[in-house]
Design a protein around this ligand. Structure first.
Ligand SMILES: C[S@@+](CC[C@H](N)C(=O)[O-])C[C@H]1O[C@@H](n2cnc3c(N)ncnc32)[C@H](O)[C@@H]1O
Length: 419
């Protein structure tokens, strides 16, 4: 074989692979309006996403197989140290301060009234964890620190509340699951650790925690919502989009901003609905959106019969089967009382497991499943597509067998059932 033929054959393999990825990738959806700062703009085209995931998986596997077992075991045993460093930097306001200007660790300690020795240790660890970077300047012997793009993610207007929430009560809930629920069953890790109180009752008793949770959900939501909007095609552009358990109304707000002729409603617990109405007003959407306080385990308020899409994100995984069947039956009854027979659907977004996603993504979903065991009533978990199908069937949805599965460019999957 000549040199030219050999080079051509080697080059042909990646070119062919890229062509296959382009040919087998969905097109995605272009909504009528892309507002400034929309997360949809950050979602890479499908072929790019697929190539990036494959490259990432390749290097993750290479790192795993070249790490000796004793090192891997120690890394797993101490993995929480990393979260604790990031938590400490966020809890004490260090991320937000350093974001305002590059600073020495001594200045950070002075300004926040913290111990210089400990702050410097944490900030050095932050550099090793790639949330901070050190800027050595020639005119000073003392380095200053600034944030990396990952560190930026932990600022107050971004993932700060999530970082706090997941490392505070949720940490104790996990310990409850690992040490108590694993033997006793019956309750959540949260209940085992908080004197029998469930997560929502606890949050209602501690409104600042409820608000922290809502903010955490909102901050988590941008990417997955952008991904959903980029791959979900509504039946019409002027439908009524209802977000059941929609929290602050953050998903609804994103959707309505992309679809200027849509209207929408949120159904959530009374305290969350109050916060949602404030948020929707802030976003200038009060004329097209409202939040209603109530429980999705009770018959829905009459006006919800106007919904064309009943969107439920991160809700099914929060509950055992029986509660989910009740919720889905309530949706069905709400539809039954609708004045017209227009096309309606339920759209579930969750970390649906075993969808053939990359190993790293399936791993995240598995860990999220334990987060559900820790946080939510006994029996809550992430589910497979067929387990979702079973829930719809048990709730009497004749379309359950034709469940439409749409992979999203995140760890979530969209499941749609027509009613
Ligand atoms: C995991 S959060 C998901 C929030 C939102 N769907 C999202 O994707 O970010 C669960 C939501 O369910 C709401 N919720 C819990 N129990 C409820 C109930 N019985 N009725 C209505 N909403 C409820 C919570 O207040 C919270 O907003």
């Amino acid at each position: 074989m000549s040199k030219i033929t050999a080079v051509a054959s080697v080059c042909a393999v990646p070119v062919l692979a890229i062509l296959v990825l382009i040919a087998t990738s969905p097109n995605g959806v272009t909504p009528p309006h892309i507002p400034d700062g929309s997360f949809t703009g950050l979602i890479p085209p499908w072929p790019v996403f697929k190539v990036a995931v494959k490259i990432n998986s390749f290097f993750a596997t290479a790192a795993r197989v070249t790490t000796p077992p004793d090192v891997a075991a120690l890394e797993l045993a101490t993995a929480w140290w990393k979260s604790e460093v990031v938590y400490g930097l966020g809890y004490n306001g260090i991320f937000d301060l350093v974001a305002s200007r590059s600073m020495t660790c001594r200045d950070v300690a002075t300004e926040l009234d913290l111990q210089e020795f400990v702050v410097c240790q944490y900030m050095e660890a932050g550099v090793q964890l790639h949330v901070m970077e050190k800027n050595d300047s020639s005119d000073s012997t003392v380095p200053t620190y600034s944030l990396t793009p990952v560190g930026d993610m932990y600022l107050k207007d971004n993932l700060h509340s999530f970082l706090m929430m997941i490392n505070e009560e949720t940490r104790d809930a996990w310990r409850g699951a690992s040490t108590k629920v694993i033997k006793s069953g019956k309750v959540s890790g949260f209940q085992a650790s908080f004197g029998g109180k469930d997560f929502w009752t606890y949050n209602n008793d501690h409104p600042e925690k409820g608000a922290q949770f809502d903010r955490a959900m909102k901050s988590l939501g941008g990417g997955p919502t952008g991904a959903m909007i980029s791959d979900w095609k509504p039946s019409r552009e002027d439908i009524m989009f209802c977000d059941i358990g929609g929290g602050l109304g953050h998903v609804l707000a994103h959707v309505l901003e992309h679809y200027p002729h849509m209207k929408g409603m949120v159904l959530d617990q009374p305290e969350s609905a109050k916060r949602a109405n404030e948020y929707l007003k802030e976003r200038g959407l009060s004329n097209r959106a409202e939040a209603v306080g109530g429980s999705f385990f009770d018959p829905f308020p009459e006006k919800f019969s106007e919904c064309d899409v009943y969107h439920i994100r991160y809700i099914i995984h929060d509950w055992p089967d029986a509660e989910n069947v009740l919720l889905l039956k309530n949706i069905k009854e709400s539809v039954a009382s609708a004045p017209t027979n227009s096309k309606k659907s339920v759209a579930v977004v969750d970390q649906v497991i075993d969808t053939g996603a990359s190993p790293a993504m399936e791993q995240s979903k598995r860990l999220m499943s334990i987060n559900m065991v820790a946080s939510n009533p006994y029996g809550s978990r992430e589910r497979t597509v067929s387990e979702h199908e079973e829930l719809f069937t048990a709730a009497g949805f004749s379309g359950a067998k034709d469940i439409k599965v749409t992979s999203l460019r995140t760890i979530q999957t969209l499941l749609e059932v027509e009613i």
